[in-house]
Design a protein around this ligand. Structure first.
Ligand SMILES: Nc1ncnc2c1ncn2[C@@H]1O[C@H](COP(=O)(O)OP(=O)(O)OP(=O)(O)O)[C@@H](O)[C@H]1O
Length: 124
């Protein structure tokens, strides 16, 4: 039988996720760099008055990069706990998780170039 929805439990989960977001941007250098880059992109979007579709693409890219950064950080922490010493498999695990962030960051840069370069060129 289905149990009733537990709203308090759901709210607690939101709070834990909020703590995770706070910790990510408070303690993780790469996440802070990505966050600063996102702020610059949003400022550029406002300045160049990009369209709704362009905003949607930017928001998706920002969410993808920051979410990948959060998952990468989580994997790094778990790997550090499981194997504080050097281990070749941990190296593969960490490098592969970092690769996910890099791939999404590259796609974000490409989308940014497609959206902003034509607008910047109009000024010349
Ligand atoms: N226990 C380990 N075993 C094998 N290789 C490791 C180990 N710890 C780190 N490495 C290697 O060092 C790289 C950097 O790892 P590290 O955990 O320092 O990540 P980081 O990207 O510098 O993030 P942060 O500085 O936020 O911890 C990894 O991608 C991996 O190649």
């Amino acid at each position: 039988m289905n149990r009733p929805i537990d709203i308090l439990k759901a709210l607690r989960s939101f709070r834990y996720a909020g703590v995770g977001i706070y910790n990510l941007f408070r303690y993780e250098n790469n996440a802070r760099i990505h966050f600063m880059a996102c702020i610059l992109v949003v400022i550029a979007g406002i300045f160049f008055q990009i369209s709704s579709i362009e905003w949607a693409l930017i928001v998706i890219q920002i969410a993808l990069v920051l979410a990948a950064e959060a998952i990468n950080t989580s994997i790094e922490k778990l790997a550090d706990l499981v194997s504080p010493e050097y281990h070749p498999v941990i190296k593969i695990v960490k490098d592969t998780a970092a690769a996910a962030v890099l791939l999404l960051a590259i796609s974000a840069v490409i989308i940014g170039v497609i959206i902003f370069i034509p607008k910047v060129l109009l000024y010349f």
